[in-house]
Design a binder for this molecule. Sequence first.
Ligand code: SF4
Ligand code: FE
Length: 483
Amino acid sequence: MALMTGEQYIESIRKMHMQVYMFGKKVESPVDDPILRPSLNSVRMTYDLAQKPEYQDLMTATSNLTGKRVNRFTNIHQSTEDLVKKVKMQRLLGQQTAACFQRCVGMDAFNAVYSTTYEIDQKYGTTYHENFKKFAAYVQENDLTVDGAMTDPKGDRSRAPHAQEDPDLFLRVVERRPDGIVVRGAKAHQTGALNSHEIIIMPTISMGPEDKDYAVSFAVPMDAEGIFMIIGRQSCDTRKLEGSELDVGNAEFGGVEALVVFEDVFVPNDRIFLCGETEFAGMMVERFAGYHRQSYGGCKVGVGDVLIGAAAVAADYNGCAKASHIKDKLIEMTHLNETLYCCGIACSAEGHPTASGNYLIDLLLANVCKQNVTRFPYEIARLAEDIAGGVVVTAPAEADLKDPKLGPYVEKYFKAAPGVSVENRFRILRLIENLTLGTAAVGYRTESLHGAGSPQAQRIMIARQGNLPMKKELAKKIAHVKE
Ligand code: SF4
Ligand code: FE
């Protein structure tokens, strides 16, 4: 099968029988739900852009498994050039959606699992790598969207998986059969789970010998028996039910997270990529996290481009674009945003091949990238709010603007620069609100902090990768220290 069009993708998700719950009720048709639909539209863009000749080079790649042209979101990276193109593709999609387009987690899981399974097989003579290659070729052939699920609910953070009071707080194997395994547990904050055909499960932390049942990786269809999702609430989510496109800020695109529950789900043997080899859990985590920290040097930068643009338009509409402090704030926002991009490109350009042959980013630089992402989007958002003015949180609703009695007053008192309609002014303000405080703030602001691992997780990796002994030796040599 060739690459899917966006429309074919939507229809393929519509055909699935996913169990989705929101506000205490089952959602019968998630594809048509007004709260959920914008997140589907974001993933759709990964298909639509891949169809456009001008984006072929960024959006597609040649598969090392089949030799065919595939969507880059299903690609196994074959060079540092592939890694760089990945980041550029993510920036492009961030610019086009101003939201989380979700398909990256699968791509990052693909590449982490590809190389880790190879190394497990080398040590244990298992067939995980063959299993994974077969699955990957199936995904590429059918141009599927895959969710990558790592984060367990984790319960008491001071205890290892096996030591939790409730054994299900980390996803685990509850039964081993001749034809496969049965798993139970949950994965939290799952971006795009409800818009994915398949889900790859990975462990969430390094594990010891007693965590054998928890060291498990596999793939199952999102509508496999026993899987259901509870959708997470977002600030301003029910505005999408009110019927005003203007008030939503970004009516077309969004992202949605869910708690994905695995209630005794069967996984056939050929879909298992790790099962009990505890010492490889850490490698899988480190590589997936590394790839996803690289990803943020692309997607968040693209969304940042939209936010910087919105702040600049707000300044134009307010009539203060020429003020030197406004210009300087826009420069600062650009500087911060491009610094993130530099990190995303740098960790890609400094990538190297793994034993399996696919390319891994430079882990130190990828962690530095994500550490900066935990800070800079906050400052970019602060400056955007500064430029936009308090009206970003006090502007009346579209219904007031369109009301025969109130409308003229809203028009009169919210008029700013000459020639700018109040409606356009409100549209830009609502977009800023959406990105900094509303539904998209999940994907831009808070996700910048916690997505791909919270700040401390990167600091641990930076400590591990920073090579302090080598730096000490450099200093001693220059200072002619003799010990
Ligand atoms: Fe992709 Fe960014 Fe969303 Fe992660 S947060 S899935 S990298 S768009
Ligand atoms: Fe994310």
